[in-house]
Design a protein around this ligand. Structure first.
Ligand SMILES: NC(=O)c1ccc[n+]([C@@H]2O[C@H](COP(=O)([O-])OP(=O)(O)OC[C@H]3O[C@@H](n4cnc5c(N)ncnc54)[C@H](OP(=O)(O)O)[C@@H]3O)[C@@H](O)[C@H]2O)c1
Length: 228
């Protein structure tokens, strides 16, 4: 495919690398090339098959709207805008659903598998286990708890009715480690995901773009990753 990547930061640049390795033709734009989505006109997107966005919450909505208005399909990895999802769905419907739109809070297949294991393990909370969530990230990470830890907490709560406490650590250069620990007087269960790099996100995003090609409508990565 002819892929346009929005965002040349930590994740966007890896997405570009993975997409090229998978045989796609790639162009990438950073903040200066695309203020207020000004580079995303129908004319400039004419030869583009797919857009992948790893920018910022401030930029992503303009990007999405411009791509959908131009009838182009877009994969959105950027987080922090989901309150606007109903409005984006409306734009997609009004545009006659000519485009495919796929978003996801976590494009790592490994993390999605981890969530599935955690959902099963949450049954322990109905058998007198005490649960806790721990997450570790590099010292530069600003937000806590991580979005992945918050998602894990929601998954366990939906499965068991129990809201677990999250403890966050910021240290060294840890890429991202998440643990669900279930403790009973007799034993302890550890469910753990330890990311080695950001590459899992990048591979998931490119494979999601390949999956989305030729499809129309709105999709959440957590519902489709099994099909990639
Ligand atoms: N869903 C997932 O699996 C997943 C995984 C990792 C990250 N993320 C999310 O992806 C986003 C990016 O993360 P990151 O770690 O890569 O951040 P980052 O390193 O700060 O990169 C963000 C990039 O966006 C660029 N940008 C800002 N406005 C733009 C615009 N209008 N057009 C094009 N590019 C623009 C910036 O360009 P300049 O450098 O030129 O200013 C910057 O390079 C965040 O929302 C993060 O939470 C999601």
């Amino acid at each position: 495919m002819n892929i346009l990547i929005l965002g040349r930061g930590k994740t966007g640049s890896l997405v570009a690398e993975v997409a090229r390795q998978r045989g796609h033709h790639v162009n990438a734009l950073g903040a200066k090339d695309n203020p207020k989505a000004s580079a995303l006109t129908a004319a400039r997107l004419a030869a583009v098959d797919m857009i992948i966005d790893f920018t910022t919450p401030a930029a992503v909505l303009d990007d999405i709207e411009a791509c959908l208005r131009a009838g182009k399909s877009i994969v959105v990895g950027t987080t922090g805008w989901y309150g606007e999802l109903p409005r984006i769905r409306q734009i997609l419907e009004k545009s006659g659903c000519g485009s495919g739109f796929l978003y996801g809070a976590n494009f790592s297949v490994g993390v999605n598998l981890f969530f599935e294991v955690a959902r099963s393990a949450a049954a322990a909370l109905q058998h007198q286990y005490f649960g806790q969530i721990f997450e570790r990230h590099h010292a530069q990470k600003k937000d806590a708890p991580s979005g992945t830890a918050a998602a894990l907490q929601r998954i366990v709560q939906d499965a068991s009715g129990t809201e677990l406490e999250i403890t966050s650590f910021r240290e060294g250069d840890v890429v991202g480690l998440h643990e669900l620990v279930l403790d009973s007087p007799n034993d302890r269960i550890y469910v753990c995901h330890d990311a080695k790099s950001r590459r899992g996100f990048a591979e998931g995003a490119v494979r999601a773009a390949e999956w989305l090609s030729g499809k129309k409508g709105c999709f959440d990565f957590k519902d489709v990753w099994r099909e990639l």
